[in-house]
Design a binder for this molecule. Structure first.
Ligand SMILES: [Zn+2]
Length: 69
């Protein structure tokens, strides 16, 4: 399963361990911490909990639009 870091745009490749997962993952590219919720291999929500740099208004808006149904 792939998730997209909303902070740096890097695509993560998560293994099967994350097919049912709710919690934090750290982006090893930008160092930001993302809070993800995955059910049956599908990403339900993704938001950042910690950013390695001040977040711009643009990124904040992107987060609001990242809610996946
Ligand atoms: Zn990142």
């Amino acid at each position: 399963m792939k998730i997209n870091c909303i902070l740096c745009g890097h695509n993560f490749d998560l293994n099967d361990t994350y097919d049912d997962y709710e919690g934090e993952v750290k982006c090893w590219v930008c160092g930001g911490v993302l809070d993800i919720k995955v059910q049956v291999g599908k990403l339900k929500s993704l938001k950042y909990v910690k950013t390695p740099y001040p977040v711009s208004e643009e990124t904040r808006t992107a987060q609001e639009q990242t809610e996946i149904v």
